[in-house]
Design a binder for this molecule. Structure first.
Ligand code: FEO
Length: 387
């Protein structure tokens, strides 16, 4: 239990053993499932935790409340990392009201069975729930990250409980080297597809006085961390790059494509361009995706394999397209010992994305870089160095 204000407590849990969040995102520092309790004349718990941690969570709740019992369980999000312990909660506190919106209760029935015994309080956009001095206002945030998601704003403490938004990977017990990096990786991995919806909810909350944001993952945000998080979220939701420069994303089997990618990097650096390179085969997939959104320009270098795009590059491009990759310049480098054909296919992967500028001529490498392909790379570096 951590005291956030005099009467708001953190009662979330850390999952330090988790390897893959949502079955696909590597979490070397584990994951936090956050939950909060507001203690007032009435008591509200905000979200539960993943099912395996229900007992630990309930013990923390009891540690804060002593002999008192919660009056409400506010369900901001029904994804099982947050709803998994609702049943355990209601077994212990059967008189508590479950607070959600109409969509919350549809999902509650889907997960726990129609007729699941819960004393329900259905709220709508802008409605409030008064606990005493705390008055909670509900702000619907559909598709950030599921359709039933809602935020909760407490005007007394100027706290925004933001569901998945403003979250980050990593257990809170770990010292995460750079929370902003883990927040970016989390955002583009999980919420990135829904930039328009994030932008919408940021507009709705923009006029609120907010001293802190309490998300369902990662640390709660105050002061400079809060200002930084809001700054980044505005950029991310609008698909605006964070920095100038070029990301080179390469997949290479025997090193020849990587050699060509390094040559491009060298030529760009000579021109004073900020460059970052990622290895699509060995680097974390979600980190590669997040970095692609960080930069305004992207070069994808890949081998033709079975007449297709090499799988690591194909997965990367699929991930970008799924997340509405947009407002960027993209170039391709293709390699193939006898039939380099993947550049066209790579471009086709992104054709449905909006507001992309493609550099028309792809660098073509036959097996290994030679004078001809080196000249193409130099020309590409010239193009990319232009504003
Ligand atoms: Fe953390 Fe969308 O659940």
């Amino acid at each position: 239990m951590i005291k956030i204000t005099e009467d708001i407590f953190y009662i979330g849990v850390d999952d330090e053993k988790l390897d893959l969040f949502e079955g696909q995102f590597a979490v070397p520092d584990g994951m936090a499932y956050n939950s909060y309790v507001i203690v007032d004349d009435k008591i509200a718990v905000i979200d539960s935790v993943e099912a395996n941690f229900g007992e630990e969570w309930l013990n923390k709740t009891a540690e804060v409340l002593g002999d008192r019992k919660p009056d409400y369980l506010i369900v901001q999000h029904m994804e099982p990392d947050h709803s998994g312990s609702i049943e355990q909660f209601l077994k212990k506190y059967p008189d508590a009201q479950v607070v959600g919106n109409q969509k919350t209760f549809v999902m509650l029935g889907e997960y726990f069975g129609e007729g699941f015994p819960a004393n329900r309080l259905t709220v709508k956009e802008g409605e409030t729930l008064t606990l005493g001095k705390h008055s909670l206002r509900f702000i619907l945030a559909p598709m950030v990250h599921w359709p039933e998601v809602m935020f909760t704003y407490d005007s007394a403490s100027r706290t925004l409980f933001s569901a998945d938004a403003f979250g980050a990977f990593g257990a809170l017990s770990k010292r995460i080297a750079n929370v902003a990096d883990e927040a970016r990786r989390y955002y583009f991995g999980i919420v990135g597809k829904y930039g328009a919806q994030v932008k919408g909810v940021l507009l709705k909350t923009g006029s609120l006085d907010i001293d802190r944001i309490c998300p369902l993952h990662g640390p709660h945000l105050e002061g400079k961390m809060l200002a930084n998080a809001v700054h980044y979220y505005k950029k991310w939701a609008a698909y605006t790059p964070e920095t100038d420069g070029v990301l080179i994303a390469c997949s290479s089997i025997y090193g020849h494509t990587a050699q060509a990618a390094r040559y491009l990097e060298e030529k760009l650096r000579e021109k004073g361009v900020n460059v970052m390179s990622v290895d699509l085969i060995r680097d974390d997939w979600a980190e590669c995706i997040a970095q692609a959104f960080r930069f305004p320009k992207l070069v994808v270098a890949a081998t033709t394999y079975n007449g297709e795009i090499f799988p690591a590059a194909r997965n990367f491009l699929t991930g970008l397209a799924e997340r509405n990759y947009s407002w960027r310049t993209v170039a391709f480098m293709e390699n193939g010992s006898w039939a380099p054909v993947c550049a066209k296919q790579m471009r086709a992967k992104l054709e449905g994305c909006k507001n992309l500028i493609f550099i028309e001529e792809a660098v073509k490498i036959r097996a290994a870089m030679n004078a001809e392909s080196a000249a193409m790379i130099e020309k590409l570096a010239e193009e990319l160095a232009k504003n």
